[in-house]
Ligand binder design. Structure first.
Ligand code: GLC
Length: 500
């Protein structure tokens, strides 16, 4: 790549993306761009707003830990600490064919998972992109869509050949449903939706048993599936990751939403005392900690941009922690800062900026592309601004954007570390150390996200923070859900805790 390129054209980056770029062939003087010094001054201001000191992180972790404990005490807390009725760890020897349906964000996924034992599995899957309309239509319609897709998938995969589903007439396949929204559960095949998150808003669903709604849709489409378990992506991640790496103690998602699950002793979950489950038994807890600090906003460092994101969301006040971290919101936070500088006359004077002024026009993927732009002239950033927003940028501005993306991405990773640290500290995992299975678009695609989480853990715990290591998890929503269905079938066939 030449250090300097002028003119228009396209560039293919190591990531495989092809982007159009356009640099000015003349001096960058004929549009009133901001000077390098102005941009540096602005950057300093944002640095102080978006930087989290180790001391502040430790305060957040302390409050977080108290919140987790309070959620185990009684029902109805904002961070609900949901007992999932997934009892203990998989043995690694769960076997058989399972269907998994994964509804949790951008896509609907239907999978056939073959568990082969010894931590091995095979998966066949189809993805369907959900439209924005589908996220707002009547809830039953959304579940009908899931059932219809599953039916098509099964029809396409039934057959005698290897890799196909060998289904005799009248047979049903066990099904694990991954529904990644907070549901209060009083047994594993039931779940009352507490609230929609991640921009979903389908009416007639909150307060309803979504397992029942989905079962109704399965019946309607005559799907040969036996609904075994309702789980969330984090619980699936915890279990799937442990299936292949038994050192795993925490499962996390950093994607469209953020959340974690871990294993808790029943004796330490006071709110389920009345269920008559042995105190020494262990149950996975779906923390739903994206809701940390919701409504009261006492602990998290919210900037005015975060407040705008919150107030203009479909759920103001809710998911306060998630709104500072997750992929759904980071691009919007960046866009709001850029818009402020446009309003102040610092950026893009004399250019049409209406494309940038549209809510959620700035994708979080742009932040990671900006941070990973390998060229001196920041050609990727040129491409983003010309191609998607039809505005021209100077090198000083592009350097500013890259630095701003870094501030927002780094804050998200450091805050993510706080949630993990709260579980580690509550459970006393620090000395012995543990693996954390992590998944989601931010974790997997944002450059340096994992390293920044690790730096954050060291800032919170000192050198011992190195004992906590995150790694790319197994597919919790597909494979994890199948393992959970297998564990549940085994448990029920063994007559254990049939009431949950
Ligand atoms: C949101 C959901 C939660 C899920 C997380 C990650 O926080 O409420 O259930 O685990 O997103 O997808």
């Amino acid at each position: 790549m030449p250090a300097s390129r002028r003119g228009s054209g396209t560039v293919t980056l190591p990531t495989g993306q092809t982007l159009a770029f356009h640099t000015r062939t003349q001096d960058e003087g004929d549009l009133p761009h901001a000077t390098k010094k102005t941009m540096a001054d602005h950057l300093r201001k944002y640095e102080s707003l978006f930087t989290l000191t180790p001391q502040r992180m430790r305060m957040i972790v302390d409050a977080f830990k108290d919140t987790l404990e309070a959620g185990l005490e009684k029902n109805g807390n904002t961070v609900p600490m949901i007992p999932t009725y997934v009892f203990g760890w998989p043995t690694g020897n769960e076997t058989g064919e399972y269907l998994a349906v994964d509804l949790g964000g951008t896509n609907l996924r239907v999978c056939l998972v073959t568990l082969q034992g010894s931590g091995r599995f095979e998966i066949t899957q189809t993805k369907y992109r959900l439209s924005e309309d589908q996220k707002q239509e009547d809830g039953q319609k959304l579940f009908d869509f899931c059932a219809e897709c599953l039916k098509t998938f099964i029809d396409q995969h039934v057959g005698e050949e290897p890799g196909m589903i060998n289904l005799k007439p009248g047979d049903k396949l066990p099904l694990g449903f991954t529904f990644s929204y907070p549901c209060s559960q009083n047994k594993i095949d039931h779940g009352e939706l507490i609230r929609w998150t991640k921009g979903f808003g389908n009416p007639n669903t909150e307060g309803h048993d979504v397992a029942e709604m989905f079962r109704k849709s399965l019946q309607k489409y005559d799907v040969p599936a036996d609904f075994i378990s309702l789980t969330c992506d984090t619980t699936g991640t915890l279990i799937a990751s442990h299936y292949v790496n038994p050192k795993t103690k925490i499962g996390c998602i950093f994607g469209t939403g953020c959340n974690a699950a871990y294993m808790e002793k029943v004796a330490d979950i006071p709110k389920i005392k009345s269920l008559g489950i042995e105190g020494a038994a262990e149950i996975a807890i779906n923390c739903e900690y994206g809701a940390f600090d919701s409504f009261e906003h006492e602990h998290l460092p919210r900037t005015k941009y975060d407040q705008i994101v919150d107030e203009t969301s479909n759920k103001p006040g809710e998911q306060a922690y998630e709104k500072l971290i997750s992929g759904r919101y980071l691009g919007e936070i960046m866009r709001l800062v850029i818009c402020e500088l446009i309003d102040e006359g610092v950026l893009f004077l004399g250019q049409e900026t209406y494309k940038l002024e549209k809510s959620y026009a700035f994708d979080t993927a742009f932040l990671s592309l900006m941070e990973s732009d390998p060229t001196d002239e920041l050609l990727m950033i040129i491409g983003i601004f010309t191609h998607f927003f039809a505005v021209e940028t100077t090198l000083a501005e592009r350097q500013f954007f890259r630095a701003l993306a870094k501030l927002i991405g780094r804050r998200a990773a450091r805050l993510s570390a706080c949630g993990i640290a709260a579980i580690v500290s509550k459970m006393g995992y620090l000395d012995e150390g543990c693996s954390v299975g992590a998944d989601g678009s931010l974790y997997n695609k944002y450059p340096g996200f994992a390293d920044r989480i690790h730096e954050g853990l060291i800032d919170v715990f000192g050198d011992k923070g190195r004992n906590i290591v995150t790694y790319h998890a197994e597919d919790g929503s597909g494979v994890g859900s199948a393992i959970i269905a297998a564990m549940t079938k085994q448990r029920k066939e063994g007559g254990l805790y049939l009431h949950v």
